[in-house]
Design a protein around this ligand. Sequence first.
Ligand SMILES: NC(=O)c1ccc[n+]([C@@H]2O[C@H](COP(=O)([O-])OP(=O)(O)OC[C@H]3O[C@@H](n4cnc5c(N)ncnc54)[C@H](OP(=O)(O)O)[C@@H]3O)[C@@H](O)[C@H]2O)c1
Length: 245
Amino acid sequence: MTTRVLLLGGTGEARRLAGRLADDPAYEVISSLAGRVAEPALPAGRTRIGGFGGPDGLADWLARERIDAVVDATHPFAAVMTGSAVAAAARTGLPLVVLRRPGWTRDDGDDWRRVPSLEAAAANLPGERVFLTTGRKNLGAFAGDGRRWFLVRSVDPPEPPFPPRMETVLARGPFTVEEELALMRGRSVDVLVTKDSGSAMTAAKLTAARALGIPVVMVDRPPLPAGAAVVTSVDGALGWLAHAG
Ligand SMILES: NC(=O)c1ccc[n+]([C@@H]2O[C@H](COP(=O)([O-])OP(=O)(O)OC[C@H]3O[C@@H](n4cnc5c(N)ncnc54)[C@H](OP(=O)(O)O)[C@@H]3O)[C@@H](O)[C@H]2O)c1
């Protein structure tokens, strides 16, 4: 008997977990992507793309596909999807685990200012030339700021609303510390805004900000739904699945 797993993805951890499950005959894995990125890095195994239609649509899909277990390995800020997955799993009685990597931790020499939201970040910017790495759809909070200059980096072009004085760099990580230093120095960036994604793939900007003495406005993660089972690594998710299947 194979265990059919829905793996909600869009992260490096999800791709790594999909690879491990696809190699294991005990599992059939279906990865799910939202379809936000034009040319996504596809995981091993079967992939489906697009929303499910909220918790009800997901619950129907889980039953139709005879899924045995759900792993939510979405990004720590994909809170709507996680809430929907937890609700659908509860409704269908399926086991679910959230794979959530730990957040970043401050190092000696870091000047981090933690804020609860993008709006709070926009209201507390300790600089004039702002490097925004918060995602192409999260620029609305800064759109009313016509005074500061913004550098926005994203995989696909940013979506309006966005600030009037803005330069866009289209790039997909990971980035090296040297690349981040060159970008920040070259644009005379004096403040970095980031969400606390915790990803090693995108941590070089924090090292560069520390080296340049630049403050970092760190947007805290949204809370996880109460009672959700959580693991922090791909191995942790595999261990959980071995017992859930
Ligand atoms: N938020 C970030 O900063 C960030 C960064 C890197 C990667 N990502 C990835 O990008 C995707 C979208 O993130 P988001 O923050 O826009 O999500 P979100 O706001 O939590 O989700 C909004 C809606 O998008 C659909 N959706 C999201 N993730 C999905 C998935 N993996 N498979 C199928 N449908 C999905 C769902 O639609 P229905 O209600 O119709 O099911 C969900 O209700 C996620 O897969 C996430 O892992 C997000």
